[in-house]
Structure formats: C-alpha cells, structure tokens
Ligand binder design. Structure first.
Ligand code: NAI
Length: 318
C-alpha cells in the first residue's frame, strides 16, 4: 500500500473551524501533520454573539492528539488578522479553507437589509478577505491551495435563501477568477458544495438522515484538494454521504442567426426549440472558449460575416 498523504511543514487556516465541517477539516489536516489556525468567531448560527470557546475546544482536541494548532477568534471579515495569527504562530500560510458560515433564511418578501448584508459579509466578503490577505504570501512563495465552500442552494437556487444563494454563487465566481489569477503562481483554487449534518442543517433535515451525514465524509475531499499532489484547479465538487462528483457548465449548440442585421424576437421564437436543445451540448470552461463560439459567427460568410477578423486577438481583449 502507498504511503499516506501528509501535510508536514504546511500551515493551514480553516475558517469557522469551531464546529461542523470546519472542525473536521482542521482535525484531519492536523492529524496528517499540518499546523492549523483554528478560526472561529464562536457566535450563533444566525450570526449573533461571539465566544472563544468553539475555537479553543478544537485547538485542545488537536493538541491532545499530538498535533499543532492555534486559535483565532476574529470574524472572517477581518482576514488580515486571521492571516497574521498564522504568521505569528507558524511564519507562513500554505492553505486557506474558507468554510465559516451562517444562515438567515427568510422569504425574499420578508428579508431585511440586515439579513442580506450579514450573510453576504460572512460568506462572500469573508472568503475574499481571508484569501486576499493570504494571496501575496502564496504568490511570493509560489505555492498555495485555497478551498471555497459554496452550496447546492447557491448552484441550483432554494426557496427562502436569496441572501445565502447569492453569496454562495458569488463565492464560486470568486473561486473561478482566483483560479485563473493564481494558476501561474501554483495557487490552486477549488470549491466544494457539501452536504453534512451540522447545526446549519439540523432544522432542515430529518434526524435519522442527519445521523448518517457525517462531516467526516466531506473532509477527505477537502484535504485532497489542499494537498501538493493534487493539481486540479477551478473545480467544483458536490460531496456528502460518501458521494463525490464534479460539476461543469453546459451550453446548447444553440443557433447562429445571420449577422448582417439583428435578429427579430419572432425569429428567436421560431428557433427556440433549437436554442434550448441540449443535444450535443458544449462545455466551455473559460471566457475565451465562451466568446470564441459567439465571435466565430462574425467570421462566417454564410451568415453575412467577415472572414478576416482575428478571433484570437478579439477574445483576448475581453
Ligand atoms: P456550522 O454552523 O456547524 O459551522 C460554521 C462555523 O462558522 C461555526 O462554528 C461558526 O461559529 C463559524 N462562523 C460563523 N460566522 C463566522 C465569522 N464571521 N467568522 C468566523 N467564523 C464564523 O456549519 P457547517 O454546516 O459546518 O457549515 C460550514 C460551511 O459549509 C458553511 O459555509 C455552510 O454554508 C456550508 N454548507 C454546509 C452545508 C451542510 O450540509 N452542512 C450545505 C452547504 C453548505
């Protein structure tokens, strides 16, 4: 059997590591040799209050098992302070796991500005803030692994979670951009959409299901994506209950109208079934791939286009 994958010499920040998934990510990384900053504000599931108890308990658990960890109690909105804890204790940062989260579920009609702002600040701004503070360190050393935590609610939409859905899909957009910006510096950025029993799901899922949905079934994927042997970036994975799958965008073949004039809405209606037919679909993974197909229309003489436009140059300008 091959040797187990380890994180000796690596420094990891896990946000929201006082409970649920983050706690399990921190325990696993520490058990494999990583030095871990256990960040947790220690508030309630709706973002109320704060306490050092949650982070302290996980740090104690790691140390009792022979691992290395320090606590940090700042909100993820203050990423610089969290990264500073890593620098003070361990001198660097190699891994950032953006995991901290809260819920303020309410129908859009009843949602207050505060419900929107707090969820946005913890999830999207928090993921940006911690990553942004770690970014120059990772660039300088030519190594970094960043994990973002989105949600099926963000990807597919869910009733009563407009704030959460928007923030969670914003996190995916952030991840996609950082993956492109980090690629040349060996900073790899992947995103998970987990399902696990935690205080965030205890009111949504039945108890018999919760008993089986262990965070332990999510953390090994996170750890693998954080490992130096894993070369994937810009990935999005659904994970939980022993299942792991990868997602990507899908686009229909679509229909190309004549480009010598704008199409009419009646022409669109006439071609609607073709525009929305996913037979032989495409899977663009970059903006260049996306624009390439669209701009190719301009070069098709049969569509009234102009054959000498330099498409490579045009798409690179975007
Ligand atoms: P949890 O409530 O058990 O853990 C979240 C932790 O984040 C808590 O310990 C909390 O104190 C901490 N936290 C909250 N606001 C913070 C802030 N401003 N700064 C620092 N720490 C803060 O929840 P769970 O389920 O473990 O969630 C972890 C992540 O996974 C969240 O981002 C959540 O949205 C996401 N997620 C979880 C799912 C699940 O099935 N449990 C499903 C989809 C997404």
């Amino acid at each position: 059997m091959s040797q187990e994958l380890r994180f000796d010499g690596r420094v990891a920040i896990v946000t929201g590591a006082g409970n649920g998934l983050g706690r399990q990510h921190a325990l696993l990384l520490a058990s494999r040799g990583a030095k871990v900053v256990v960040n947790d504000l220690g508030g309630g599931r709706h973002g109320d209050g704060k306490s050092s108890a949650a982070a302290d308990a996980v740090v104690e658990e790691i140390r009792a098992a022979g691992g290395e960890a320090v606590a940090n109690y700042d909100s993820v909105e203050n990423g610089a302070a969290i990264v500073q804890t890593a620098l003070d204790a361990f001198g660097t940062v190699d891994i950032v796991i953006n995991n901290a989260g809260i819920l303020r579920d309410v129908s859009f009609q009843k949602m207050t500005q505060d419900d929107w702002d707090l969820v946005y600040r913890v999830h999207l701004k928090g993921s940006m803030s911690v990553s942004h503070a770690a970014w120059p360190i990772m660039r300088e050393k030519g190594y970094g692994r960043i994990i973002m935590t989105t949600s099926a609610a963000g990807i597919y939409g869910n009733f009563g979670q407009a704030n959460y859905c928007a923030a969670k899909l914003g996190i995916l957009g952030l991840a996609h951009c950082l993956a492109e910006e980090g690629r040349s510096k060996n900073i790899l950025v992947n995103t998970i959409a987990p399902l696990a029993a935690s205080r965030l799901t205890e009111t949504i899922l039945p108890p018999e299901m919760l008993a089986l949905l262990k965070p332990e079934y999510v953390s090994p994927l996170v750890a693998w994506l954080c490992h130096e042997d894993c070369e994937d970036t810009k990935g999005l994975f659904e994970v939980g209950a022993g299942y792991i799958g990868k997602l990507r965008w899908e686009r229909t073949q679509g229909h190309s109208f004549n480009t010598s004039r704008a199409m009419t809405m009646d022409e669109i209606a006439g071609k609607w079934s073709k525009i929305t037919d996913f037979t032989d679909s495409e899977h663009p993974s970059t903006t260049n791939e996306s624009f390439g197909t669209i701009l190719a229309n301009l070069n098709k003489k049969s569509l009234g286009g102009n054959e000498f436009i330099d498409l490579d140059a045009a798409s690179k300008d975007q």
